[in-house]
Write a protein that binds this ligand. Sequence first.
Ligand code: PGA
Length: 253
Amino acid sequence: MRQQIAAANWKMNLTLDQATRLLDEIVASPHHLQAHQKVILAVPFPYLALAKAKLSGKPNFFVAAQNCHTQSSGAFTGETSAEMLRSVGVEYVILGHSERREYFGESNAVLEEKVGMALTYGLTPVFCCGESLPVREAGTQNEYVENQLKESLFNLSEEQFLKLVIAYEPIWAIGTGKTASAAQAQEMHAHLRKVIAGRYGSGVADQIPVLYGGSVKGNNATELFSQPDVDGGLVGGASLVASDFEKIIEALK
Ligand code: PGA
């Protein structure tokens, strides 16, 4: 059975007090997760060790960083390496989020390096892809997203590729309240699986978790997650309120 994942992306939000409170609320909630269901919290760098400690008694809960550098150490002021993340017990790292691509100029080539570095240090990349509104309006979203995968991921070996989590996040749906319809999400997820099958075979394509992101909320998660190729969500805004995020966790199939 494929993994089902509710991933929280806190982005650059919350002070230490607020982060502590939210983590305590999440830890205190009863969860009835099955073996194939996971919750991943991508918190800002200063709270990674705190999140690790708070979640230590919660099986199926994992901590993610929101970025890492292409190198493992060196004179890169202000950067954080995959090796450092691993050393504080982080298990996942979001790579290729559209905000990183847009505001920090991360290209498919740079992301290929980051994915390689994350895998070298035993981190699981949550690799984000997704098209902008003009691309969607031009009807070329399938080719666009396919190209993101090809350029950043398709030099990986099958064994490496099987370690990934993919997140499809149409940029026009992020933080806008405009969710892709369940049918739009399913269509793209099925397309991604077809492209992956073309490169690695259908056995690999069937195993890779593909999450949907972009205005996932408590009231639309069930419909989105019920699509056959949608394996959960990457959640921004709604992950900052414990009760909202709980509803999304409960919507995992
Ligand atoms: P959103 O963000 O849920 O606030 O749309 C999702 C994301 O950017 O990962």
